[in-house]
Design a protein around this ligand. Structure first.
Ligand code: SF4
Length: 441
């Protein structure tokens, strides 16, 4: 029996898949204290805000949402409010959380989330505010207690931190240097997820998965890890994110092509179509290198689904640079593009660059880019006709649907079976109003 048993908790998450997965672990930790999860942050006995500082919007939202609980804490002083993750970890953040949010009880960073249960138990005894930001990890946060959001796709961390230091990015300052988990630990976790828990997709996570294993005593490359994981028996597929174009080698392309258990979908952030901007971003590759990789990927896997991230309005971006990004979109024809306006992050080199772009210009450019991508995506639908994709078969609203590795839904009107949740080849025989339909082959 502990002082939290039977009490309720709510977890609020901001940011990327890494944070989403970390929140799954936080929920696991709180459940192991015999607490019950609810959605209502006003009513919950413990509220954990797992924050992100990669973009100003996420930071502002988190700050405002925590601030909104001030009244609820005043009415119920026994309520425990926790802030963790990237916002407390950054040294020169916009918000001094401890001063501006004096009613928050526990503030910890990215390196000690795994000790959340201990912090809560300590707080229950002393009733004294805890602020503990570590400079380096005390240990990795493994997923043994994880309470996962999704029953089909499971996130699995393979590497933490980043060594790349892109000039716009705060991650290396708040998540530290690269630290890989061992192949055996990852293998055991994936095997359990597939064989005992029935997951169909495993998404391997890291800020830069292609750097996997370089820091291990027994060096293992990312493609070697993938090959090893593909020896696990079962009907499942592996996805991964995020890949850095600089570290994506021919060995990975070969492994992706060879292994049927690796999804034929890749998120490959380019950030800009201009080599001059890529240089200022410290991305370590130029656009010719990026085009080369895309060519190799499409040659090896003609049906591969590609997506990317783009930052619009990076300091110094001229109309010419921006047009090169539009040209890139037209050439690659991504299935999905995640475009963001550059947001100045205190503590990063790019925040000090003098030639910042006006917000209005960024806005015009990002809208132009999104409009173009919308047209490309509409045209792209035609490319599916008469092709066969290996899909996960599911019933959605009572109708059988095949979901491609890239997430496209193919309706299967004449589905004769009762089974779902298995992989099968689906041939696309109809494309109407941007909707796909097909048959199982
Ligand atoms: S590769 Fe660049 S953008 Fe990605 S996490 Fe590392 S520093 Fe940030």
């Amino acid at each position: 029996m502990n002082s939290y048993q039977g009490k309720t908790f709510a977890v609020v998450t901001y940011g990327c898949q890494m944070n989403v997965h970390e929140s799954e672990k936080i929920r696991g930790i709180l459940s192991s204290l015999a607490m019950l999860e609810i959605d209502d942050v006003e009513k919950a006995d413990v509220v954990v805000f797992n924050t992100c500082c990669i973009r100003e919007g996420a930071e502002d939202r988190a700050y405002n949402n925590v601030a909104a609980l001030k009244k609820s804490k005043a009415e119920n002083p026994a309520k425990v409010i926790v802030i963790c993750g990237c916002m407390p970890q950054q040294k020169q953040g916009k918000y001094d959380l401890a001063t501006k949010l004096p009613f928050v009880d526990i503030i910890i960073g990215t390196y000690n989330i795994n000790a959340l249960a201990q912090y809560l138990l300590l707080y229950a005894v002393n009733k004294k505010r805890i602020i503990d930001i570590l400079d380096k990890p005390n240990s990795n946060l493994d997923s043994e207690f994880c309470v996962r959001d999704d029953a089909t796709n499971a996130y699995v961390n393979i590497i933490y931190g980043c060594n790349k230091f892109c000039t716009y990015c705060i991650v290396p300052y708040v998540r530290g240097r690269e630290m890989s988990r061992t192949p055996q630990t990852i293998y055991n976790e994936v095997k359990d997820l597939v064989q005992n828990k029935g997951y169909k997709y495993i998404t391997l996570l890291g800020q830069n998965v292609n750097s996997y294993g370089k820091d291990l005593k027994e060096k293992t490359s990312f493609s070697e890890l993938l090959t090893y994981l593909c020896t696990i028996e079962g009907d499942f597929k592996i996805k991964f994110m995020t890949s850095h174009p600089m570290d994506l080698g021919d060995d990975l392309i070969k492994t992706m092509k060879k292994e049927p258990k690796i999804a034929k979908a890749l998120h490959l952030p380019v950030q800009s179509g201009s080599s001059a901007i890529l240089k200022r971003m410290n991305r370590h590759y130029d656009i010719r290198h990026y085009y080369r990789i895309i060519r190799k990927l499409k040659h090896a896997m003609p049906n591969i689904s590609l997506s990317t991230d783009i930052i619009v309005g990076f300091p110094g971006e001229t109309e010419k640079d921006f047009n090169l990004t539009l040209k890139l979109l037209k050439k690659v024809k991504y299935d999905q593009v995640f475009a963001f306006m550059y947001s100045r992050r205190t503590g990063t080199p790019a925040a000090e660059f003098e030639d910042q772009i006006d917000e209005k210009v960024k806005n015009i450019r990002v809208n132009k880019l999104l409009r173009l991508q919308k047209i490309i995506q509409k045209e792209q639908v035609k490319k599916y006709f008469n092709k066969t994709y290996n899909c996960l078969i599911k019933f959605i609203n009572g109708v059988a649907v095949g979901i491609t590795d890239g997430g496209k839904e193919i309706y299967i009107p004449n589905y004769k079976y009762v089974n779902q949740n298995y992989f099968a080849n689906v041939k696309i025989e109809g494309v109407r109003n941007h909707k796909l339909s097909g048959v199982i082959k």
